[in-house]
Design a protein around this ligand. Structure first.
Ligand SMILES: CCCCC/C=C\C/C=C\C/C=C\CCC(=O)SCCNC(=O)CCNC(=O)[C@H](O)C(C)(C)COP(=O)(O)OP(=O)(O)OC[C@H]1O[C@@H](n2cnc3c(N)ncnc32)[C@H](O)[C@@H]1OP(=O)(O)O
Ligand SMILES: Cc1cc2nc3c(=O)[nH]c(=O)nc-3n(C[C@H](O)[C@H](O)[C@H](O)COP(=O)(O)OP(=O)(O)OC[C@H]3O[C@@H](n4cnc5c(N)ncnc54)[C@H](O)[C@@H]3O)c2cc1C
Length: 602
């Protein structure tokens, strides 16, 4: 087992190779990110490509972009995104680092005034990054103008030593054995470090040579644009991680046989058990659902970004609500699913050679980084409350809240479902999800004046986001889908995704009057039939993810199904098996055994 220092060095070597190939091959950001996935190390290249570069693109002037991105693309500098502090992460406006303008020298003085203002967590900050976009309170002419972004050099480009006034290091080991422990999430304290005024990212606001603060004509929320960008990428990452876990658990479930043999015949594949199917197939359906909604979200983000170019800020709130909500719902569901997939594989699911513990360790933090999932859903709740009040004043909602414009119908409609078969009707499903989301949002809005309940807002936000995911799955099925029988299988998965949510959140659907108890039990009956129908194609549906054994990294999920010999072979690779008699026997075990043996002969 590599020590953390060895793990770091090994990952740095891989990352440096990836960067070198990125420059040699003139890879685009997209291609560089694919390369990142190949080396599968959420390490150094993430924050440079995924946050440092986008922050400069989104918040820098043309001139600043030209200067800094040229160096960043050639890896002449390596950047990170230094926003979170020891004392504040979720509350960005609570950050304490200061950037005080000094007109006598035309510089900003960057300073960590308190222990809690220490930058804490930024990936790559500890040992790798030479530069960072640092978020700090801009103070000029004695006034605090709130949080702005500044480009800072942290280390010498000659010998990598920290620049004067900068104390910098790694925050120590983290959850999980592999990937994130190879990442040098850092701590940084600034002691009155001076940077030129032109290193303030000045697309959103400027400070003149005289020290005057000038806000440009763009919404101040663009300061958060990098986080919006990353949140939409995280939805795609979640779908990938979930599909990897599901691929492992489905393939293994088809191999693993336990009980059920008759007259000495073969035992039963565990994938044939109804309990295994009811636990696993909703994750299979979710993997497809998250992939489709992630493709849509990428389109939405691109569309909003293009509108921003022409100073059309009208869809910014929608982009924030969708990226925040989908990042929250998909990463929480993915982390829960990966953990359950370990259990679905029995004892072998807990072996590192299964690939599942590492997959869990790398993806659980996604529920927190890029925005705590509860905090982000409360942002969605705020957006919904605002939309409900706009609808009440006659404004027609658009985009993902367009359904709220149908308030008259949705507030009193009854589900048309009367038979098990009716639950296969996408229109019936969509209407039930729209009614649930709208009624929960309206209930929350009506109660907000009484006792603002975060739980109600949170749950209304979950209902709205799940409606988006179901809607995008249904819309995907209205497209031309190549391949015989593929559409039929996807329709079954769409049914499983929607109906398992009705099963899981039946309380919502019943308490808002969207379905009756009988309709709820018809949904469960339909779900059981869908599981049985999907079972014959379950392995084909995970093979369709087309993951190589290398990428899957799992003895349980091998394409050839040769699980037991793979497990056995992997076991002997463990360093503990380098000697037959374990280290420590002579010092610790032998004396005890000998002494006890002697005593027993007295
Ligand atoms: C498999 C391998 C995996 C590897 C990983 C892969 C990819 C991921 C890569 C990297 C991940 C690694 C590291 C992660 C890096 C980080 O974590 S960076 C730090 C992330 N930090 C956060 O996300 C902080 C979360 N907090 C916030 O965003 C804000 O504090 C807040 C919660 C949004 C509150 O902000 P505040 O200014 O107080 O706003 P307020 O709530 O008062 O709202 C004011 C209005 O502004 C609107 N708004 C808020 N945010 C945005 C936004 N982003 N865009 C647009 N608009 C926004 C808000 O809706 C309000 O509007 P009103 O109209 O007034 O209602
Ligand atoms: C692996 C990893 C990598 C990271 N990389 C970076 C990076 O590169 N750059 C960077 O800047 N940051 C980074 N971070 C920091 C990350 O962005 C923050 O941890 C995250 O934004 C959560 O903020 P917090 O830690 O302050 O949590 P807190 O907000 O303190 O959360 C603690 C608890 O309080 C709850 N809570 C907080 N506010 C409210 C509220 N208003 N209502 C209800 N409940 C609330 C939360 O739900 C949570 O349960 C990283 C974190 C991790 C784990």
């Amino acid at each position: 087992m590599l020590s953390r220092k060895e793990l770091f060095k090994d990952t740095l070597k891989k990352a440096a190779h990836a960067w070198k190939r990125t420059v040699e091959l003139h890879l685009t950001e997209e291609e560089a990110n694919l390369l990142r996935l190949y080396i599968d190390q959420p390490g150094y290249v993430d924050l440079h490509w995924v946050m440092f570069v986008p922050a400069i693109k989104g918040q820098g002037t043309e001139e600043q972009q030209k200067k800094w991105l040229t160096m960043a693309y050639k890896f002449q500098i390596i950047g990170t995104y230094a926003q979170t502090e020891l004392g504040h992460g979720s509350n960005v406006q609570g950050l304490e680092t200061t950037a005080t303008f000094d007109p006598s020298t035309d510089e900003f003085i960057m300073h960590s005034p308190t222990l809690t203002s220490s930058k804490w967590w930024p990936g790559g900050l500890g040992k790798t990054s030479t530069h960072a976009v640092v978020y700090a309170r801009l103070i000029t002419e004695g006034k605090d103008y709130g949080i702005h972004g500044f480009i800072m050099q942290l280390r010498s480009l000659d010998d990598h030593s920290p620049l004067p006034g900068i104390t910098i290091g790694d925050i120590g080991g983290k959850f999980g054995s592999g990937a994130y422990n190879s990442m040098d999430n850092g701590v940084m304290r600034l002691d009155h470090v001076r940077i030129p005024r032109d290193q303030m990212l000045m697309r959103l606001a400027q400070v003149t040579r005289e020290g005057k603060y000038v806000h440009s004509d763009v919404p101040k929320q663009l300061l958060y644009g990098t986080m919006v960008y990353v949140r939409q990428t995280i939805v795609a990452d979640a779908s990938r991680a979930l599909s990897r876990a599901v691929c492992i658990a489905v393939r293994y479930g088809a191999i693993r046989k336990q009980f059920g043999s008759k007259a000495g015949g073969p035992e039963t594949q565990v994938l044939n058990y109804k309990t295994q199917q009811s636990r696993l197939f909703p994750f299979l359906a979710s993997a497809y659902a998250f992939r489709f909604v992630g493709q849509w979200l990428k389109w939405l983000y691109t569309d909003v970004t293009q509108k921003l170019e022409s100073k059309d800020f009208s869809t910014l709130p929608e982009a924030h609500a969708c990226t925040a909500g989908l990042k929250s719902v998909t990463t929480s569901a993915t982390a829960d699913a990966i953990e359950e997939c370990q259990k679905l594989c029995g004892g072998h699911g807990y072996l590192n050679s299964s690939g599942l513990p590492e997959l869990f360790a790398v993806n659980l933090p996604a529920c927190t980084y890029e925005g705590d999932n509860v905090v982000l859903l409360l942002q969605v709740a705020r957006f919904l409350m605002k939309t409900v009040s706009q609808v009440a004043s006659g404004k027609q909602p658009v985009g993902t809240t367009a359904y709220m414009g149908n308030i008259q119908h949705l507030m009193q409609c009854k589900s048309v479902v009367n038979t098990v078969e009716d639950w296969l009707n996408p229109a019936a499903i969509k209407e039930v999800f729209e009614a649930r989301a709208l009624r929960m949002a309206v209930n929350c809005a009506q109660n907000i004046s009484k006792a603002p309940s975060q739980e109600e807002g949170f749950e209304a936000a979950v209902a709205h986001v799940q409606l988006i995911i179901v809607t995008k799955f249904i819309e995907k099925l209205q497209e031309d889908i190549l391949g015989h029988g593929v559409k039929e299988q996807l329709q079954k998965l769409c049914g499983i995704y929607a109906l398992h949510l009705i099963h899981k959140h039946l309380g919502d659907f019943l308490s808002t009057g969207c379905v009756t108890a009988r309709q709820g039990s018809l949904a469960n009956e339909r779900l059981g039939k869908l599981y049985a129908q999907v079972r014959p194609n379950a392995v084909a549906l995970v093979d369709a993810f087309d993951y190589t054994d290398h990428y899957l990294g799992s003895a349980l999920g091998r394409y050839d199904g040769d699980v037991y010999s793979a497990l056995y072979k992997e076991a002997w690779k463990d360093p503990l098996n380098e000697t037959v008699v374990p280290d420590g026997y002579q010092e610790h075990l032998r004396p005890l055994l000998k002494q006890q043996l002697k005593l027993s002969r007295l």
